[in-house]
Design a protein around this ligand. Structure first.
Ligand code: C5P
Length: 232
């Protein structure tokens, strides 16, 4: 798996998304489709973006009983996406069921990665509301290991955790990392940010970049800057 920049297409509908993608006349960025766009437009948005030649990370973060997740993953495997995800908190049984559901009759399947802890959850909330009394890094690593043991391909994490995840789960275990900003950019609501160049140094396999590209005056130039810094 090569390093790549995934563009978070956090748009409200198809029209806005296609207007954005139309600006890319030379390259076909790897696209992340999240809940907002998927729930607004349904599975057809995935087929349409795929038909335009983009790779797709479908970011729906599934979390339910194993049987339900297995069946949902079976449906998603028919959409021919490249990466899908779920919450590691759903347990090893749920993750194994998800993998089974995702695997097509010919043995192929999209990559499956796990969310460890959402970046919107801090240690205080984790302790007081989720009743997990361990340090954040330990929780992230334990969840990552349980995802690796279940046979998943990687995790979503901060670039700051990528090195530790690789150390504990193997160099081939993917780290897909949001929270990326240009050195001269606005962090917005992201708290722990790195630049694309730092994410590369820290060992991220994929960076997920939304607003620094989608809200740039020149999104194509911003995308190219990301690729240049991260992929080289
Ligand atoms: O605009 P920005 O670059 O902050 O977008 C980052 C993307 O990554 C968003 O789609 C956000 O939902 C997603 N994400 C994140 N942190 C996580 C998981 C996903 O920022 N832990």
């Amino acid at each position: 798996m090569g390093k790549d920049v995934i563009v978070a297409c956090d748009f409200a509908g198809a029209e806005e998304t296609f207007a954005f993608l139309d600006r890319f006349t030379e390259e076909k960025p790897f696209v992340k489709i999240g809940m907002e766009l998927f729930y607004a437009e349904g599975p057809q948005i995935v087929r349409d973006i795929k038909a335009r030649g983009h790779k797709i990370f479908l970011d729906l973060k599934l979390h339910d009983i194993p049987n339900t997740v297995q069946k949902a993953m079976r449906v998603l495997s028919n959409l021919d996406v490249d990466i899908v995800n779920l919450h590691a908190a759903g347990t090893g049984a749920m993750m194994r069921a998800a993998l089974e559901g995702l695997t097509r009759p010919d043995g192929t399947r999209p990559l499956l990665i796990a969310v460890t802890q959402l970046t919107s959850t801090d240690e205080v909330t984790m302790r007081s509301e989720l009743l997990i009394g361990l340090p954040m890094e330990e929780v992230v690593i334990r969840y990552a290991r349980s995802a690796a043991q279940a046979g998943l391909d990687g995790v979503v994490c901060s670039p700051l955790e990528a090195g530790k995840v690789h150390e504990k789960c193997g160099a081939d275990f993917l780290t897909v990392t949001p929270g990326v900003r240009f050195a001269d950019g606005d962090a917005g609501d992201q708290k722990r940010v790195t630049t694309p160049a730092q994410a590369k140094e820290l060992g991220s396999d994929y960076i997920v970049v939304g607003r620094p590209i989608t809200r740039a005056v020149d999104p194509v130039a911003a995308y190219r800057r990301c690729v240049k810094e991260f992929v080289g």
